[in-house]
Ligand binder design. Structure first.
Ligand code: ADP
Length: 357
């Protein structure tokens, strides 16, 4: 029974649980015994039993680390780490950061602050980065929940996971809850045959939590999806995840900015031409560009290490440079992860959302 009710607990959690239950038994029996510590001998100890209520009591106080870890993150990502996406940043700043930062203004204007934002766009376009930046810039706690992980950690009771996430968020407000890949949890009810109603229960729980959030309660939900067309439409209605933000595949200017972000701290040779790199990387998303920059650094490092005697490396590392050639080979290695068809599909979806908004 305990094995069943401790989904998501790791070994250390179970150990704490057992210890706490033991302590509870001791606390329970102590007043009855009316003994001094030194009088508790083996016989007395033998008579102590951990019973069900000791276990139940212990359960209340101990949470799976899986959920506790969720709270450790205080992101250090700033707006400057997000290249391009100027319009998206502005939209997020207004909808999330302002209400958290200037609640008085929203109250005075009788404006409802947003409870939730749905960000959609292909993988690697910077959705996670944006959510972390918004949490950091609005000095909020950040709870990150990955849809598929929630399903795995709370097998058969993901809705309980959802409830706990929200209750933790309230306790730690101001909080940004980041539901990554929400499509894995919240696909249109009734469409997902064979999952024994999991997504149905998760969606209802999400709706309950969103509807229960008081405005200005300082909890904001940011959800992401690669498949907005699959999301249960009830979640996207007014008062819920009703702000829809497209995080597009970057255009040339955006790519230039992303190259800038990922090369800023790197020793570039004079011949490196970021404009030309941006021009030639149509279809590359932020994550691809980061990979290009990493690969170019790797190429430069490899060449340097192979050309210098090991004992001279420390002294000459100051001279190492990443050249345009290193970027050229990197471009041969790293291909765009998004196909033109995908881009087209997102543009279609964006049009639909715009009309709906
Ligand atoms: P998503 O959540 O959209 O799948 P991420 O935000 O996780 O994408 O991006 C993965 C990585 O790619 C980031 O950690 C970052 O290094 C890089 N990246 C993506 N988009 C950008 C961007 N606009 N500016 C700078 N780096 C980016």
């Amino acid at each position: 029974e305990y094995a069943e009710s401790t989904h998501g607990f790791v070994g250390a959690d179970l150990e704490s649980l057992a210890k706490e239950a033991g302590m509870n038994a001791l606390r329970r029996i102590r007043p009855q015994l009316d003994l001094d510590a030194e009088e508790i001998d083996a016989e007395v100890l033998d008579s102590i039993e951990v019973n069900e209520s000791d276990m139940k009591e212990a359960m209340k106080g101990i949470e799976p680390s899986a959920l506790r870890e969720v709270f450790v993150e205080v992101p250090d990502v700033t707006w400057a780490d997000v290249g391009g996406l100027e319009a998206t940043k502005e939209r997020l700043r207004e909808t999330i950061q302002w209400p958290l930062e200037y609640p008085e203004v929203f109250e005075a204007m009788d404006m409802q602050s947003a409870k939730g934002v749905m960000m959609y766009g292909p993988p690697g376009t910077g959705k996670t980065l944006l959510a972390k930046a918004i949490a950091n810039e609005s000095e909020s706690n950040f709870i990150s929940v990955k849809g598929p992980e929630l399903l795995n950690k709370f097998v058969g009771e993901s809705e309980k996971g959802v409830r706990e996430v929200f209750s933790k968020a309230r306790e730690n407000a101001p909080t940004v809850i980041f539901f990554d890949e929400i499509d894995s949890l919240a696909t249109e009810r009734g469409t997902n045959t064979g999952d024994s109603g999991v997504s149905e229960r998760v969606v209802s729980q999400l709706l309950t939590e969103l509807d229960g959030l008081e405005t200005l309660e300082d909890v904001v939900v940011i959800a992401t999806t690669n498949r907005p067309d699959l999301i249960d439409s009830a979640l996207l209605r007014p008062g819920r995840l009703d702000r829809h933000v497209h995080v597009p595949v970057p255009d040339e200017e955006g790519r230039r900015a992303i190259f800038q972000v990922h090369t800023e701290e790197k020793p570039l040779a004079d011949d490196v031409d970021l404009d030309s790199l941006a021009r030639r990387t149509d279809g590359y998303v932020g994550a691809d560009i980061e990979a290009v920059c990493r690969e170019a650094s790797m190429n430069a490092s490899r060449e340097f290490i192979e050309s210098v005697k090991p004992e001279e490396i420390a002294d000459s590392v100051g001279n190492v440079r990443i050249t345009m050639d290193h970027f050229e080979s990197a471009l041969d290695e790293v291909k765009p992860s998004v196909t033109p068809e995908t881009i087209e599909r997102y543009e279609e979806i964006e049009k639909r959302f715009r009309q709906a908004d």
